[in-house]
Design a protein around this ligand. Structure first.
Ligand SMILES: Cc1cc2nc3c(=O)[nH]c(=O)nc-3n(C[C@H](O)[C@H](O)[C@H](O)COP(=O)(O)OP(=O)(O)OC[C@H]3O[C@@H](n4cnc5c(N)ncnc54)[C@H](O)[C@@H]3O)c2cc1C
Length: 507
């Protein structure tokens, strides 16, 4: 098999949505299972590592090669490539199909696909499985992995395995996959949103399929994906502005207790702080953010058609009880498809406005992907407040002095930051927005301090974006040696030469 080596044709595959820049010896474009096997075998014969490249929306450099061969999936996508089995309530798609196209195919068949990364229009279903992507709807429906029923995978040795959930449980703590014997990892914690290396599902019985979910391409190539579906139902949505953030946090803590008697069973609980609202309002004044609003929530709940009135009343009463003014400026429920589109536009306007500000300033935005365990909501938000209000205090005297020596000025007392995201899962993105080189250096260090603090409090370095290359050093610093050894043992059992997606997760 011959590889493409023309530097111009390789160039688009050496960058992704992270700031990583890669390098590679060659590129193989594959469509069929046979082509993927042939590329993997040829790479093995040539002693080359192989990096799988789907849509390159990873923000951690995961799809960027550090040498070797790029195995690129097809660029085209179409809902017609997706097969929906309405009786089994599943869909099956080639790995390269866009999530949005899988969603469209499900909708056409009267079904609902709960996958919900913001990048659904530009990321692939295989990429979503490889990264165990999630999004706003993970509060109600969990991450991608919770919906994976089957995979067709090709291992580093070129062997093909058709995996169906439930068919390959571990025996005495070991998975048997062809000739490979793989130690079963620990289950993901049910009270923590996390993608931080290999783990068993928190919601299903242990199965070998779990190894590939969130493996970031390090254990095998995913050729085909089968996902479980739900019936399509109406969705109640509301955008709620809060006069105080404290009342909002108490309300979110109440939602996290998931009391069935409350009638509140949201799939999304999204947060926007005052700075995010101000940026979105400046970018698009038509949103009319109320002047007294300290923060906002966006919620969505699926419900049976006959429950529409009851669901709306349950939310209305609960929100008034929680201190939201009975005022349509504060409590907005879409009355039409156009209103709902405006809400969605608002959700997207926030990250876009934050990114535009960072671009305008010419310094890189640093966005966290940390998640705290359930029960730690107030602790998490108080910790972020404290760190942002006293940057030198958070960094510590030694680090502050190092910055002062290097930049000729002490680190700033505070940093500009916008916080938004999946607060229901204790997973908000803290976006640090530096204005100069000193602030950028301080932001980098603050990011590290916040990340290590989160892990020390039982949280995760990565709730949804994965580790990739940008967080592997932090992972090595944050995890105990035994946990790192467990990751290595799993990887070595399936890919002893560590040729697949080399550099992801582990150095
Ligand atoms: C604007 C924006 C918004 C985003 N929002 C979210 C969000 O809400 N939630 C979220 O979780 N993530 C989000 N992301 C991150 C990203 O979209 C996801 O990680 C996504 O799952 C990556 O899919 P991809 O097809 O682009 O994969 P790529 O970026 O091409 O690859 C990502 C990793 O998966 C591996 N991989 C890809 N395909 C395969 C395959 N077929 N077999 C084996 N390994 C494979 C690659 O080798 C790489 O390690 C966002 C990114 C952007 C740019």
């Amino acid at each position: 098999m011959s590889f493409i080596t023309d530097p111009e044709r390789l160039a688009p595959y050496l960058v992704d949505e992270s700031s990583y820049q890669g390098f590679a010896e060659g590129l193989a474009r594959v469509t069929t299972l046979e082509e993927a096997r042939a590329a993997l075998r040829a790479a093995a014969a040539a002693g080359l590592s192989v990096t799988f490249s789907a849509r390159r929306t990873s923000v951690t450099g995961a799809a960027i090669p550090e040498g070797g061969l790029i195995l690129a999936l097809p660029e085209g996508s179409d809902p017609d490539l997706v097969g929906v089995d309405v009786e089994a309530m599943t869909l099956t798609a080639p790995a390269h199909v866009l999530i949005a196209d899988a969603e469209r195919a499900a909708e056409r068949a009267g079904c609902f696909l709960p996958l919900d990364p913001t990048s659904r229009d530009s990321a692939s279903v295989g990429g979503a499985v490889a990264c165990n992507a999630s999004g706003a709807r993970s509060f109600g429906h969990g991450p991608t992995g919770a919906w994976v029923e089957g995979l067709v995978v090709v291992l580093a040795d070129g062997s093909v395995h058709t995996l169906k959930r439930g068919d390959h449980p571990p025996r005495d703590g070991v998975f048997h996959l062809g000739d490979h014997r793989v130690p079963a990892p620990k289950p993901r914690r049910a009270d923590l949103k996390t993608v931080q290396g290999y783990a068993l599902s928190a919601s299903h019985a242990p199965d070998v399929i779990d190894l590939f979910i969130g493996s970031e391409g390090t254990l095998g190539y995913i050729h085909e994906v089968t996902l479980r579906l739900l019936p399509k139902q109406p969705i109640f949505a509301a955008l709620i502005f809060w006069p105080t953030r404290a009342a909002l946090l108490d309300f979110v803590a109440q939602l996290q207790r998931r009391d069935p008697a409350s009638g509140l069973a949201p799939m999304s609980v999204e947060y926007f702080d005052r700075r995010s609202l101000a940026l979105a309002q400046a970018a698009q004044p038509r949103f009319g953010v109320p002047e007294g609003a300290e923060a906002a929530l966006f919620i969505e709940q699926r419900h049976a058609p006959e429950d529409e009135e009851a669901v709306m009343m349950a939310w209305y009463e609960a929100l008034l009880d929680a201190g939201v003014p009975d005022d349509p400026d504060y409590l907005r429920v879409p009355q039409s498809r156009a209103d709902l589109d405006a809400f969605r536009a608002f959700r997207h306007a926030v990250p876009e406005a934050v990114n535009a500000l960072a671009r305008g300033r010419g310094f890189r935005k640093l966005g966290t992907d940390l998640a705290y365990p359930l029960g730690a909501l107030h602790e998490m938000m108080a910790g972020y407040d404290a760190a942002l209000a006293d940057v030198p205090g958070a960094l510590g005297a030694e680090a502050a002095l190092t910055l002062e020596t290097r930049y000729g000025a002490p680190p700033p007392q505070t940093l500009d930051a916008a916080i938004f995201g999946h607060i229901g899962d204790n997973h908000v993105h803290v976006n640090l927005l530096p204005r100069d080189a000193l602030e950028e250096a301080a932001a980098r260090q603050l990011y590290r301090v916040m990340a290590l603090g989160c892990v020390a409090a039982g949280g995760s370095l990565s709730a949804e974006h994965g580790i990739g290359k940008s967080k592997r050093a932090l992972l090595a610093e944050a995890l105990p040696p035994a946990a790192l050894a467990e990751l290595r043992a799993i990887r070595d059992a399936l890919d002893p030469q560590r040729r697949l997606c080399a550099g992801n997760l582990l150095s």
